[in-house]
Design a protein. Sequence first.
Length: 332
Amino acid sequence: MPFTLVRQDITRMKTDAIVNAANTQLLMGGGVCGAIFRAAGPEQMQEACSRLSPIRTGEAVITPGFNLPAKYVIHTAGPVYDRQNPQKCERLLRSSYTASLQLASQYHCESIAFPLISSGIYGYPKNKALQTAISAIRDYLSEHDMDVYLAVFDRDACSISEELLGGMEAFIDQNYVDAHTYKRRLPEEAAQGAVMQMPDAAASASRQPQELDDFVRHLDEPFNETLMRLIDARGMKDPEVYRKANIDRKLFSKIRTGKGYTPGKKTILALCIALELNMEETEDLLEKAGYALSGSRLGDVIVTYFIENGEYDIYEINEALFRYNQPLLGAG
């Protein structure tokens, strides 16, 4: 998918390129930088870097990956955080991400993995570093196709506002029920706490069976046709939809074509977010594909919170899901 938060060792990621949070002299350092050098082969990596050094803060250069699974390593020097000049720090940090992405495109990379640049010994506050990283990456992906991964080990780095986080936690407390006790509110009976009941098996067996041909003729509109109709009704173009949904162009094309393909629940929810569907519309689209939202799934409760509050930022939703160790929305 275009953008994913992960908790992985970046030296083991099989992307076309990985990014090294380097120093301006491109010397082997500690932390992520040291790990990348050691995995690549420290002597050959240092020799390649020495031919390109020094670089300025915010710039990026590229070397082979050598012994790494990645074909390339892009080295970028992030800023040392200066509390007296946060605007300059943010500009330079954005430049590190943008320059790295541009260089990856020049080398025809289809995927790239970043660490959280400057958030270690350079002292950049993790939540601010993450906010800047996501902003720079989303701006680039608004006009380019690339799978981008951001390796974040500290879930507390998530930059969700305290107001949003507090409201979401309260919503989870009220709506996250134990497994196997899924309750769905009915429009006229919610006040009485009505619970949907499964149909009685004996009663179902006693019903007059329908002819198969008659049943098939009355099937509802297929999922992909419903999706395309909703897109047209919103007046949206395909690129706007798949980018807002954080899914790649090839997957969206497969969904549009149909031919018996139905995407996974995470992808459908991402499309619901991109189209800014309300809860009823979201449940209807999920039902077309044979899925439903469940109060026994924490991820579903979190997504429901955002939809009910009219919040349709896929990046912010995925930050919240990542914080609670839930699968992110998008391809799947």
